[in-house]
Design a protein around this ligand. Structure first.
Ligand code: NAD
Ligand code: TYD
Length: 349
């Protein structure tokens, strides 16, 4: 079989990456999808069990910080395009240890850009960098992040992602590398590692453990169904303009406390507990250092120029997410043993 594209997807064993891989492998049998992942604590090949036997899917274990691994995968599979998702992605971990974030998110991204630049002599390639709205900093009660909002990252995680975005743009302007960028709000859905708010709360409710809310719980996030993010990536990869960036968001703002209370209600029903039982588990804990107050996205450029908009309502997506976790508690148990226990004790003691 000769493929029309050989797309390297980095971080494909992670939360969002696995959804992007699944979408591309199923939707584009003429593309060969090469999943390049180091399999850190956040990477799990079980996230891709349903598509691992597909003939247009390949897994390559490698580190974006290793020039050798990248050269190897580019030459072995004649890589034509990159969708770059590999990253250290958790803000709390970045506060505990920023250097890992500098290495993977900054050095790893530059390494990948450099490898693409050296390998792509002729035209027709795409280097698509997947980034976050956190690069724009923190909003007050009014306004939305647009593509022209100035960068103002405030956590080590967002500073490392902002830096990687700048390098991607630098490779476009300096070397003409054909790049695209998107900056997305908080995702939720299946296969989300239970260090992040939604899966952590679901897992703790299930296990009758305290539900840790940082500060007063009034910080606001704009939540997007992960499969809608994957569809946005598909749209931008195929139709987005080179050198441009697109904001992706759910127009779906929730305070953390309202969201957690809502999850408590859903799970009271699903676990046959009387109304109000799970809310009693809510525990206010010390606030995150430098905690960004509010993120909210203006995704009108993506809607107007490329016709993307979110398809799944939050209430529906959240219920589907809860159902997925309840049906896959063995997936959760496996990844919450070992290193996760040490992490949890250190963060929430
Ligand atoms: P994740 O932590 O679930 O997965 C990251 C993946 O990258 C894992 O499979 C891991 O093994 C892999 N990886 C880490 N370091 C690597 C390295 N050095 N070499 C190769 N692979 C490596 O992350 P996620 O939540 O799926 O996020 C994916 C991307 O999307 C990230 O770039 C993140 O910044 C961005 N993003 C995430 C969100 C969100 O809500 N989760 C929102 C916007 C943007
Ligand atoms: P998180 O899922 O870590 O995403 P991000 O920090 O990238 O937005 O956190 C979402 C929000 O939930 C954020 O305001 C921090 C808060 N939070 C808690 O209150 N308790 C927790 O245990 C966690 C993990 C997050």
């Amino acid at each position: 079989m000769s493929y029309t594209k050989n797309i390297l997807i980095t971080g494909g064993a992670g939360f969002i990456g696995s959804h992007v891989i699944r979408l591309f492998v199923n939707k584009y049998p003429n593309y060969r999808i090469i999943n390049f992942d180091k399999l850190t604590y956040a990477g799990n090949l079980k996230n891709l069990k349903d598509i691992e036997e597909k003939s247009n899917y390949v897994f390559f274990k490698g580190d974006i910080c290793s020039t050798k691994d990248l050269k190897n995968v580019f030459t072995t599979y004649s890589i034509t395009d990159v969708i770059h998702l590999a990253a250290e992605s958790h803000v709390d971990r970045s506060i505990e240890g920023p250097m890992e974030f500098v290495m993977t998110n900054v050095v790893g991204t530059v390494n990948l850009l450099q490898t693409a630049k050296e390998n792509w002599i002729e035209e027709g390639h795409v280097f698509y960098h997947v980034s976050t709205d956190e690069v724009f900093g923190s909003l007050g009660s009014e306004g939305l992040f647009s593509e022209t909002t100035s960068y103002d990252p405030r956590s080590p995680y967002s500073a490392s992602k902002a830096s990687s975005d700048h390098f991607v743009r630098a490779y476009f302007h300096t070397y003409g590398l054909p790049v695209k960028i998107s900056n997305c709000s908080n995702n939720y859905g299946s296969h989300h590692f239970p260090e992040k708010l939604i899966p952590l709360i679901i897992n703790n409710i299930f296990n009758n453990k305290p539900l840790p809310i940082y500060g007063k719980g009034d910080n606001i996030r704009d939540w997007l169904w992960v499969e809608d993010h994957a569809l946005a990536i598909d749209t931008i990869f195929h139709n987005g303009k080179l050198g441009e960036s697109y904001n992706v968001g759910g127009l779906n703002e929730w305070t953390n406390i309202d969201l957690v209370k809502y999850l408590c209600k859903i799970l009271d029903k699903k676990l046959n507990r009387s109304e109000g039982t799970n809310e009693k588990l809510i525990t206010f804990v010390k606030d995150r250092a430098g905690h960004d107050a509010r993120y909210a996205i203006d995704a009108s450029k993506l809607a107007n120029d490329l016709g993307w908009k979110p398809s799944v309502k939050f209430e529906e997506g959240l219920e589907k997410t809860v159902d997925w976790y309840l049906a896959n508690m063995d997936w959760v148990s496996e990844i919450t043993s070992g290193e996760y226990q040490d992490y949890y004790t250190k963060m929430y003691r």
